[in-house]
Design a protein around this ligand. Structure first.
Ligand code: G3P
Ligand code: CA
Length: 345
């Protein structure tokens, strides 16, 4: 019944962990995601001053940590241009790992997820190595191979300040035994040139992320006129297929919404991507009405069903248990254990 590219069941990618239930990018969020049925956990990666990869969605960390409360770091507050946007706050590249380890994570969107405020101040910023260790230990514990889906964040920027992400990422994956096209790893980027570079250095699966507007930041820097809209044309997809094995798409590129939030007819993107031998993973599925289309208010399951029936190969989800339940209802076999309900740490 599945229309996925491989004919296998689609995968559940825990977006920043089970970030609907725990502050994002914490070991607690990743661990819960695995318990709830995720096949892969997704760390976004940035660098510390001393070149260690850590999990944060941005290198500016005031939205997701308590850094602003640390008087000893007050003087580190500064303004920078990151990917063309002015940002004011505290930046990971200005802190050593030891310094960052004194901070604690907090909920990014407390107004939408007030239940998670309870966890503010409890969890450290994890390193990529700590995440790999968690994945390996949990895989043994539950007898199920959990995958890891790291994203290079702001790769052009980090290269420009002498802290490139790609080499430490590959070194870490290699050291930990992740090698070859069948490894349970996907490496993702919103930029193009670093994926093209990575394709010359590794056989690990690569994912070109595609937003529903704008262009890759490396294209901005090099003056390349192409946009994400150009990359989803048939010729654009054929170019991507030369260096990547999958695309990670904003959901709207497959089923967009009108000005009232109502869903429109599906595009041919999934058909075209599969024709170019590219898997399609879509982001981001969330339970809150704030994020849901008009058609599925109060019914996040309906949104998953729509996309899964179109044949997507994976979902990035903040609520892996919801994804798991829908997939079971659709007859997909996801993992070998029953998901557990969320529980307190
Ligand atoms: O990496 C793809 C997915 O995570 C959506 O992007 O902004 O949440 O990293 P973002
Ligand atoms: Ca991401």
């Amino acid at each position: 019944m599945t229309k996925t590219f491989t004919g296998k069941s689609p995968i559940i990618i825990a977006h920043r962990g089970a970030s609907g239930y725990r502050p994002e990018h914490t070991l607690a969020a990743y661990e819960l995601a695995i318990a709830l049925g995720a096949d892969y956990i997704e760390p976004d990666l940035v660098s510390t001053k001393d070149g260690v990869l850590i999990a944060r969605h941005e290198n500016e960390i005031s939205e997701t940590t308590d850094v602003a409360k640390h008087a000893e770091f007050a003087h580190r507050q500064t303004s920078k241009i990151i990917d063309g946007e002015s940002k004011t706050g505290w930046f990971t590249e200005d802190f050593t790992l030891a310094e960052l380890k004194t901070l604690r994570a907090k909920e990014r969107i407390p107004q939408l997820r007030p239940q998670n405020i309870f966890y503010d101040g409890l969890f450290e910023i994890p390193t990529f190595q700590e995440i790999i260790d968690l994945v390996k230990n949990k895989s043994v514990e539950i007898n199920r191979q959990i995958g890891i889906y790291p994203e290079t964040k702001h790769p052009t920027y980090f290269k420009s300040i002498g802290l490139p992400l790609e080499k430490p990422l590959l070194a870490s994956l290699t050291t930990n035994g992740y090698q070859g096209a069948n490894a349970r790893v996907f490496i993702q980027s919103f930029e193009v040139s670093n994926l093209q570079y990575l394709s010359t250095q590794t056989d690990l699966p690569l994912v070109q992320l595609l937003n529903n507007d704008g262009k890759p930041y490396d294209f901005v820097v090099t003056g390349n006129g192409s946009t994400y809209a150009d990359l989803i044309t048939t010729s654009g997809l054929e170019e991507i297929a030369k260096y990547a094995q999958a695309i990670g798409i904003h959901k709207n590129l497959l089923v967009s919404r009108d000005s009232t939030g109502k869903l429109l007819s599906p595009t041919s993107l999934i058909i075209n991507a599969h024709a170019s031998d590219l898997l399609v993973h879509a982001w981001t599925f969330r339970n809150e009405d704030h994020f849901l289309p008009l058609d599925f208010q109060g019914n996040p399951q309906g949104e998953y069903e729509l996309f899964l029936k179109l044949g997507i190969d994976g979902v990035f989800s903040d609520y892996p248990d919801t994804a798991y339940a829908v997939n079971e209802n659709l007859g997909f076999k996801f993992c070998s254990h029953s998901p557990l309900p969320p529980s307190d740490p």
